[in-house]
Design a binder for this molecule. Structure first.
Ligand SMILES: [Zn+2]
Length: 297
């Protein structure tokens, strides 16, 4: 019955298949999972590496690249105020299907990374880029959604820049908050080191500005003080607008514990979802489960 509720309640069939597959909590090997995920998520893209899904939006190709092994769930205790009925329906196995990902936009002959995921030894972003034939020096731009470690972490390795040619774009309110706010002082070191390492090619922008490649930045403040969503054609990449899509798309009033400003997070989540729906857009986000794109919710 839970599978049917998924169909009625939230997501596309692709998300359904992938998410229910993940929800059993099994940690399958990437090899054994590859055919199933490729088949479920993107029938036309079965030559892509495991954990990689591409979609075309106008002139832009957008590719979801999962950083972690499949099967990740976000514990239901992480969602503040969720009641037992909501948990029973949307997190029946103790958590909500999730993932950590970055997106690659290829447009106008340029390659743009939206975030860089964790940068841990086991991270899959770099191996997946290599499998796509993309070297780090071929990344032209990096647009950051916010300064948490699962988004910035892939920019440095052993303190040195991973992407030698990328121009880096960050929102001014996010930069200012992390560099100056006393509330973020204890968590500042990684952001500070990363910004310093890319200092000569760092660009700050105002929320709403259009960036190279025609990518439009959108105010998604709440999760962090300068949290950004990015729009390319009919794809809205919402950053950390949700951490457990099944639960939060049905109940956008619920926040994960990571959201720094709860009222603003709720407002941004509802606004992004409404904007995407009104404009016939596909939703993407750094913590969506496979296939990393949601057409219906
Ligand atoms: Zn995150």
């Amino acid at each position: 019955m839970r599978r049917r509720e998924w169909i009625r309640g939230v997501a596309s069939a692709a998300v359904l298949l992938a998410a229910t597959g993940c929800a059993n909590g099994n940690k399958r090997s990437s090899n054994s999972n590859a055919p199933a995920e490729a088949k479920d998520a993107a029938p036309a893209a079965n030559t892509l590496p495991d954990g990689v899904v591409s979609r075309q939006f106008g002139q832009a190709k957008v590719t979801w690249i999962r950083d972690n092994e499949p099967g990740q769930i976000r514990a239901n205790q992480m969602f503040v105020g969720a009641d037992s009925t909501q948990i029973a329906r949307w997190a029946p196995d103790g958590g909500v299907p999730t993932a950590t990902a970055a997106y690659l936009i290829e447009v106008e002959g340029k390659r743009i990374l939206i975030d860089t995921a964790n940068g841990r030894p086991e991270s899959r972003l770099m191996p997946s880029l290599a499998a796509l034939g993309i070297k780090p020096e071929a990344i032209d731009y990096i647009y950051i959604t916010h300064f948490h470690g699962d988004h910035l972490g892939g920019m440095l390795k052993d303190g040195a820049p991973v992407f030698p040619n990328a121009q880096v774009y960050v929102s001014t309110p996010e930069y200012d908050a992390w560099m100056t706010s006393p509330a973020l002082a204890e968590r500042r070191a990684q952001a500070e080191a990363t910004m310093k390492a890319y200092e000569s090619r760092l660009h700050k922008f105002a929320l709403g500005d259009t960036l190279p490649g025609g990518v439009v930045s959108m105010d998604a403040v709440g999760h962090t003080p300068g949290h950004v969503a990015y729009i390319i054609d009919k794809c809205l990449i919402g950053g950390d607008f949700v951490h457990g899509a099944a639960l939060q798309l049905a109940h956008p009033e619920l926040c994960a514990r990571f959201d720094m400003d709860v009222p603003k997070s709720v407002e941004s989540r509802k606004r992004l979802m409404a904007y995407a729906k009104e404009n016939g857009m596909t939703l993407a986000g750094m913590h969506l489960p496979a296939p990393g794109f949601i057409e219906k919710w």
